[in-house]
Design a protein around this ligand. Structure first.
Ligand code: GRF
Length: 199
């Protein structure tokens, strides 16, 4: 079986990236983590990638006057490493429609809500403020509509009496770590049966 080369893009802690790296250690897993890229040099997740022998690069968006310049550099880096799937994992830059089109069907994200509910930021605070009974996370393909692409997998968690945003986030994060590797496997399985036709 061919392992599909996958890049994980992070901006911070990187716990979802770690879950993908752990899953990819299984010889039967259909993807390998070919590289980690952060737009911030101080992203904590970089240390984990480096100490696990995964090529880790910083491409600082502040070094580019326009979003397109940053994305071109990112795109070149990914292609130079033969990347076929890009997994966003707490990557805090909005990508342009041009970049997304170039990676159509190969760009995935993990979002901390049951989409289409609570797109955007501060999902746990908003779910609690609404008195939601359930909350959760979604792994989805990325399209030009922010947090609006087709859902691959979702996991639901109960909202419990007395929950703070942090308590709820912790419960959701556990599920993110479970479903994101499964979602990457779904996309990688699809691609492993098709030729490497990155646009
Ligand atoms: C996660 O909650 C993810 O759903 C959201 O940002 C957070 C990133 O956490 N997109 P981590 O960097 O993966 O630990």
């Amino acid at each position: 079986m061919r392992k599909v080369r996958t890049a994980v893009l992070i901006s911070g802690r990187g716990s979802n990236m770690m879950a993908l790296v752990e899953a990819a250690r299984d010889p039967g897993y259909p993807a390998e983590i070919a590289c980690v890229v952060s737009n911030r040099a101080d992203a904590k997740g970089l240390d984990f990638a480096r100490s696990n022998g995964i090529p880790a690069a910083v491409i600082d968006h502040k070094a580019y006057p326009a979003r397109e310049g940053f994305e071109d550099a990112l795109d070149r880096h990914l292609r130079s490493l033969g990347v076929e799937i890009v997994a966003l994992a707490g990557f805090m830059r909005v990508l342009t429609a041009g970049f997304i089109a170039r990676w159509e069907g190969r760009l995935i994200n993990i979002h901390p809500s049951l989409l289409p509910a609570y797109k955007g930021l501060h999902t746990h605070e908003r779910a609690l403020a609404d008195g939601a009974r359930t909350h959760g996370c979604s792994a989805h393909l990325v399209t030009a509509e922010l947090d609006g692409g087709p859902v691959l997998l979702q996991a639901e968690v109960p909202v419990l009496a007395g929950d703070t945003p942090d308590m709820l986030a912790t419960r959701v994060l556990e599920q993110e770590h479970r479903i994101y590797p499964q979602a990457l496997a779904i996309v990688a399985e699809r691609l492993s049966h098709s030729p490497k036709d990155v646009k």
